[in-house]
Structure formats: C-alpha cells, structure tokens
Design a protein around this ligand. Structure first.
Ligand code: F6P
Length: 360
C-alpha cells in the first residue's frame, strides 16, 4: 500500500535541515514508492486554514538542497498548538485543528525534525490524535539526550571556530583581548568545542561556575609571559558574578539570552586595563551551508526515520551513537537533557591544555 508521509521542521532553524528533508524524500520515494508532503512553518501549517503543505519530489530535493541553509519548509519556535496565539492577541488550544488537518490530508505517519521543546509538543499531539510519529534531533545547542550529535551542532561549532580563527590575527595585531559570545542556551557544548578547536585561552560555560578573578589572572599571566593577545569565549547563558542571567528580553516564559560577552568585556577592561573588543556571533551559527558532518548525519537520520515508518515502529527518535544510527523512545531523549558534564572529555581536554574554565 502506498504510504503518505508528512515532514515538518520545528523550533529554531539550523544548518542541515534541508539535507534531512532531502534524505527523507529520496528514501521514501525511490526505495518505498511513497508520497511525501512537507508541512509549512512547523506545526502552524496544519493549524492554519487553508492548510499549508507542499508535495515533495526527488527532482525538487536535488543536491543544491543538500548544501543549502535554513529550512525550505519554514519553522516556528513560538507557536505551541496547545497555546496558540490568535490574531486578536489571545491564546487558545488549536491542537484539534492540527490533528484534523493531519487526518484530512490522509497521512500515515509524521516525521518531526526538532529539539526537545518541539519533540515534547509533537509527542503530545501524536498521543492525542493517534499520529504515527518519528522524530529527528536537530539543535545547534546539542543538548538533547540519547544522541551524541544533533543536526546543526557540528556546523555551529565550525562557524564559532572560524570566528576565533579570524579574531586571533586581529587580536595579535592590536594587542587585544577578544571576547566571543556564542549561542547554546543553557548548555556549553558549542563554547567548549569551538574554544578548544579555535585556541581559546578562556572558556566560560553555564555548567561551570566561575570567578572573574580567575579570568583576570589568566589574562595577566598571558601578558606577563609575553603573549600580546588573548581569546575568551563565553556561552550566552553564563551568568553575571551575582548569578543573574544576562538577557535581552523575556518572550513569555522563554528567555532571550544576550549580553554576557559585553558584560565580561567591561569587567576585563576595569580589572586589567586591557584593550578589549567583543563579538556576539548570534544567528550566524545557525544560518549558511551545513558542513560535511551535518550533511552526513542529516542524510543518515532521514533514511533511518523512513525505515522506522516502514517497520511500523513509532514514537521513536533517531539518534547517533558510536558512529551508528540507533533509535530510542522519544520521551527518553527528552528526559535525558544533555548538559556539559564536568567529567566530559572536552572539559578534561581543556584543563589539560591549560585553558581557563573560570573555576580555577
Ligand atoms: O536553541 C537554538 C538557539 O539558537 C539558541 O542557541 C539561542 O539561544 C536561541 O535559539 C535563539 O533563538 P531565536 O532564534 O528565537 O533568537
């Protein structure tokens, strides 16, 4: 029997989403002979009327799509169907609209590409509406449990590493301290990985409490040893010295981080007299072409997700473990939030290299 499957991207975009959509489309059509439909703007495409969706073809998902940034389907990181914002500013439960939309289009299964927040919502929808759901992990923050890597993380690390590569020569030319603020929400994975790869002298992550004095000491020691520049990388959710988060704004219950780089820069100027410049990398980490590693896991995830549908195994998230694809219950992945552990190989490596993590 020909299956009709739907795919949507939900939450913040990242590099590698189009490569995933391409992989799903190719495998479902060429291997199984199914029909594939893309839902536009995350869950919103099945809530809005008329329904917003598009048939996907192999021709459309060519290799240009494999290398492209963003998501060809669009996404949302603020519209929860269970508390959906209406045009008049009120919020109400539109989950039934989503489920009816899904049923109207006669889908047999749904593949949701998202982070933990999106997976939680998709799972609630699937349970309420009897939807056969498979999820694929994506998040530059790489904070989802049960998978070593989520789509978008490797590219974000590469972008942040390149930023340090570019900051270092100008820092050395002008005898400056460069502070680079990177994304990652409450996890320090991007900061520590790119900090090591990019030769940072100081790496501050939310999981390791720091003392400003340790940062000052590191910079002073570098200067005294004859080094004429320093590179500091800080994750956006690192708190100020009073333990307060540094935020741009609150959007409902969602914090928008931003500003800790400038906070730190000012403190370093005050304490050391160094010439400091601050760069906030922001959404550059999410946009642009996926790197090879992200294209590879995106392709492998897409194929495995389609195979799970063929096997009738639902409520599973595909995952990357020990250079292989496995699958786990979606809830298990959501529950196993993956913050940076103190015993993590990257923490040990950073300490081994003499990089200051702020705690000593
Ligand atoms: O979760 C991914 C992420 O890029 C975080 O690293 C960052 O804090 C946030 O999303 C930014 O979200 P927005 O696109 O709403 O500014």
């Amino acid at each position: 029997m020909v299956k009709r499957i739907a795919v949507l991207t939900s939450g913040g975009d990242c590099a590698g989403l189009n490569a995933t959509i391409r992989s799903i489309t190719h495998h479902a059509i060429t291997h199984y002979g199914w029909e594939v439909f893309g839902i536009r703007k995350g869950t919103t495409g099945l809530i809005n009327r008329p329904l917003e969706y598009v048939p996907l073809t192999v021709e459309q998902c060519d290799s240009a799509v494999l290398r492209s940034g963003g998501t060809m389907l669009g996404s949302t990181n603020k519209d929860n169907p269970f508390s959906f914002s209406n045009p008049d500013g009120t919020r109400s439960d539109h989950s039934d609209d989503f489920i009816k939309g899904y049923q109207e289009l006669g889908f047999d299964a749904l593949i949701g590409i998202g982070g933990d927040g999106s997976m939680h919502i998709l799972r609630q929808l699937a349970q309420k509406g009897g939807i056969n759901l498979i999820t694929i992990p994506k998040t530059i923050d790489n904070d989802l449990g049960e998978t070593e890597s989520a789509i978008g993380y490797a590219t974000a690390v590469e972008v942040a590493t390149e930023a340090l590569d570019r900051l270092q020569p100008t820092a050395a030319s002008h005898q400056r301290v460069m502070v680079l603020e990177v994304m990652g929400r409450d996890a320090g994975h991007i900061a520590i990985a790119s900090g090591i790869a990019g030769g940072a002298d100081v790496i501050l992550v939310p999981e390791i409490p720091y003392k400003l004095q340790n940062v000052y000491n590191k910079i002073k020691n570098l200067t005294e040893s004859g080094r004429n520049f320093a590179l500091v990388i800080v994750a956006e959710a690192v708190r100020d010295e009073n333990g307060e988060p540094v935020v741009v704004s609150m959007q409902g219950e969602r914090i928008r981080y931003g500003g800790v780089g400038h906070y730190l820069g000012e403190k370093i100027i005050e304490a050391t007299g160094a010439d400091v410049r601050v760069m906030v990398l922001g959404h550059v980490q999410r946009g642009g072409q996926p790197n090879a590693a992200d294209r590879i896991i995106a392709s492998a995830f897409g194929v495995h997700a389609v195979d799970l549908i063929a096997q009738g195994r639902f409520d599973r998230m595909v995952a990357w473990k020990n250079r292989d694809i496995v699958d786990v219950p979606i809830q298990q992945a959501i529950d196993a939030y993956h913050s940076l552990q103190l015993g993590d190989v990257l923490v040990r490596t950073a300490r081994g290299l003499g990089i200051c993590l702020g705690d000593q």
